[in-house]
Each structure stands twice: as structure tokens, then as C-alpha cells.
Design a protein around this ligand. Structure first.
Ligand code: HEC
Ligand code: HEC
Length: 308
């Protein structure tokens, strides 16, 4: 018995499918907000993927969208997010687009002062130019809210903006996102969504005493994560809870908050799902899952007893 000779040319249907696949997966069409021709609509999508709403809205106290004032407790004290509505007095209404890009990519205020890394510019520095422009267009189109910023409640020496220079030297590379041409499109899209916009590693990675992410423990969970609670390992190591989750399980979880066992996530991840990942297209959620499944497996740290 002979096998058919290897196909030199791909059958037309396979070529068509391959070309159409990224379009289908990422919906390269007008109905998809991620690729809409309208920058404000595209920016709305980037804004959700970046989780800006969660941190910049004090939902617990029924705060106005993006007017800031949400408390972000950390081991160094509590930071309060600022007002990023276009109000000229209390928000960022007087900023230029260049000021915005400098804040997001360099972690510097218009006056050149360092931002604290509780604002995840280490991730946002990797946002593409096109997404950054769209994000700015979206923020400019939001209603201004007059609400003064609350000062951070962070003790000395962690309240020193000058000291952040040292931190930046150690933990901030400011490098743009570079796609890996050897990897499939979905993997690259997932890598971008996870590392540049979703800043998933900011919570899912153990930090050292200076608050820097431990580079050898990326995505392997944290025993004292945001708000002092432990955050699970999301690498595919057998000691991680999600090692048995399929790509579809992960994509469904970040779309609905429901685990494969039928439990619903709450707390900080509940906020991430409700305010950010559930707005992503099915293709983008799957891309995130593809990327997470490809991470180097890292064993979980022993859990610390939790105080509720
Ligand atoms: C994890 C919480 C968090 C997320 C997510 C977050 N921010 Fe922030 N952001 C902060 C904090 C905290 C500060 C203040 C930092 C400081 O005072 O040094 C800040 C500061 C800013 C500033 C500077 C404002 C000013 O008045 O100087 C801008 C602009 C900004 N964020 C935009 C965004 C955008 C756009 C997104 C979404 C892509 C976003 N932030 C997501 C926490 C967050
Ligand atoms: C603000 C902190 C924070 C951010 C940002 C965050 N997570 Fe989470 N995540 C958590 C916490 C806390 C849990 C545990 C929730 C629970 O126990 O219900 C969790 C749980 C999960 C789980 C389930 C793990 C398990 O074993 O049950 C997955 C998957 C996950 N996150 C993926 C992501 C992805 C993907 C992103 C980025 C888009 C992300 N997370 C961003 C805090 C965060």
C-alpha cells in the first residue's frame, strides 16, 4: 500500500481557512470593537482590556467612573487612584497626548515626577502606539468629573517619589512588546493581552521585599498578593490548580468568572472578570488561554495561613 505523496501545495480550502483564522479568531471586521475604525470605540476595548476602570473607579463607595479615589492596599501602605476624567482642575483635562504617553510608558508625571508602581506602567509601557492613541481618544471622550485626588496613605520612605528612580532601575525595563515570529498569532496576541494590557503578572507573581516582581516566579502565584490575600499559580505546573483546565476552561473562566467545577470567583479576580476580561472577544480570551498554557511550569509556593 502506498501513501499519497506529500502535498506540495496546500489545498485551497486549507489556505483559505488559515488566512481566515486570525480574522475569525480576532474578528478582523467592523463588528469587532478591537479593530473598529472609530478610535473611541477601539479605545473603549483597550480600556477594558487594561482594567483601567477597576482601579480608577471607587465602585465600593459608588464613585463616579474614572474619578479615582479607590484605595489600593499594598504592603507599603494604601495608594489612592487619581481622577483620570478630562476635568481640567482635578482630572487630566489639561494634559496633552504626549503627557499621557509619558505617564503610561515612562511612569512620569507631566512635571517629570515618578509615579509609584502601584500604577502598573511596567506593563502599560508595552502597549502598542495604535492602542495607546485609541485609549487616549477614549479617555478624552469621557465626561469630566470634578473630584479632588486623595493623598496616598503610605509611610516614609515608601512615599518618596524620588526613591522610585532606584526601583525603576531594578524592575522597570520600559521595553515595547515584541511579537515572536516563531509563535502562532494567537500566542502572540495572548502574550500581548496578558503582559501589556491585562497586567495579570502584577497580581499572579510573588514580589520581593522592594515590591519588585520575582522574575523566576512569573505567574506562579503570590502568598501575599494584592490586599494581602494569596493569589493562585496560573502556570501549567501540576501543583497549580489550573494545570487540569483546558484552554476552553480558562477562556470561559475569564469570560464568566465560573471555574470548571461550577464555582464563581470573587474578590479581586471577580473584579478583573466583571470589569475587564468579560468584555474581551472570544478570540482574545482564547488567545490568553493559549498563552497561559504555554508558560514554563513553576511549582507553587507553600500557602501561608490566610487571615480573612
Ligand atoms: C492596579 C491599579 C491601576 C490600574 C489597573 C490602572 N491604574 Fe492608572 N494609576 C493607578 C495609581 C495608584 C496611580 C497613581 C500613581 C501615583 O500617584 O504615583 C495611577 C495613575 C494614573 C495616571 C496619572 C494621573 C495623574 O493625575 O497624574 C494616569 C493617566 C493613569 N493612571 C491612567 C491609567 C489607564 C489609562 C489605565 C488602563 C490602561 C490605568 N491607569 C490602569 C492605578 C492603576
Ligand atoms: C488584581 C489582582 C489580579 C489580577 C490583575 C488578575 N488576577 Fe487572576 N486571580 C486573582 C485572585 C485573587 C484569584 C483567586 C480568586 C479566587 O480564589 O476566587 C485569581 C484567580 C485566577 C484564575 C483561577 C486560578 C485557580 O486556580 O482557580 C485564573 C485562571 C486567573 N486568575 C487568570 C488571570 C488572568 C488571565 C489575568 C489577566 C487578564 C488575571 N488573572 C489578573 C487576582 C488577580
Amino acid at each position: 500500500m502506498t501513501f499519497p505523496p506529500p502535498q506540495r501545495q496546500w489545498p485551497a480550502w486549507l489556505v483559505a481557512l488559515t488566512l481566515a483564522w486570525p480574522a475569525a479568531a480576532f474578528g478582523q471586521n467592523a463588528a469587532n470593537p478591537a479593530v473598529s475604525a472609530d478610535p473611541v470605540q477601539r479605545g473603549a476595548y483597550v480600556f477594558r482590556a487594561g482594567g483601567c476602570f477597576e482601579c480608577h473607579t471607587d465602585t465600593k463607595n459608588k464613585g463616579q467612573p474614572l474619578a479615582g479615589g479607590r484605595g489600593l492596599p499594598t504592603p507599603f501602605g494604601t495608594f489612592f487612584s487619581p481622577n483620570i476624567t478630562p476635568d481640567p482642575e482635578t482630572g487630566i483635562g489639561r494634559w496633552s497626548e504626549a503627557d499621557f504617553v509619558k505617564a503610561m510608558r515612562k511612569g512620569l508625571s507631566p512635571a517629570g515626577e515618578n509615579y509609584f508602581p502601584s500604577f502598573p506602567y511596567t506593563a502599560f509601557a508595552k502597549i502598542t502606539d495604535a492602542d495607546m492613541q485609541a485609549l487616549w481618544a477614549y479617555l478624552r471622550a469621557q465626561p469630566p468629573v470634578r473630584q479632588a485626588n486623595k493623598p496616598h496613605d503610605v509611610p516614609f520612605p515608601f512615599n518618596l517619589r524620588l526613591a522610585v528612580w532606584g526601583w525603576k532601575l531594578l524592575y522597570f525595563d520600559g521595553k515595547p512588546f515584541v511579537a515572536d515570529p516563531a509563535k502562532p498569532a494567537a500566542w502572540n496576541r495572548g502574550a500581548y493581552l496578558v503582559n501589556a494590557l491585562g497586567h495579570c503578572g502584577e497580581c499572579h507573581t510573588q514580589r520581593n521585599l522592594l515590591g519588585g516582581l520575582k522574575s523566576d516566579r512569573m505567574f506562579a502565584g503570590s502568598t501575599d498578593g494584592a490586599e494581602g490575600k494569596s493569589v493562585p499559580n496560573i502556570t501549567p505546573h501540576p501543583s497549580a490548580g489550573i494545570s487540569r483546565w483546558s484552554e476552553k476552561d480558562i477562556a470561559d473562566f475569564i469570560g464568566s468568572g465560573m471555574t470548571p467545577d461550577g464555582d464563581f470567583t470573587g474578590g479581586l479576580m471577580g473584579d478583573v472578570v466583571a470589569e475587564s476580561t468579560k468584555y474581551l472577544t472570544a478570540g482574545d480570551r482564547l488567545a490568553i488561554a493559549v498563552y497561559l498554557k504555554s508558560l514554563p511550569p513553576i511549582e507553587s509556593l507553600p500557602r501561608k495561613p490566610q487571615s480573612q
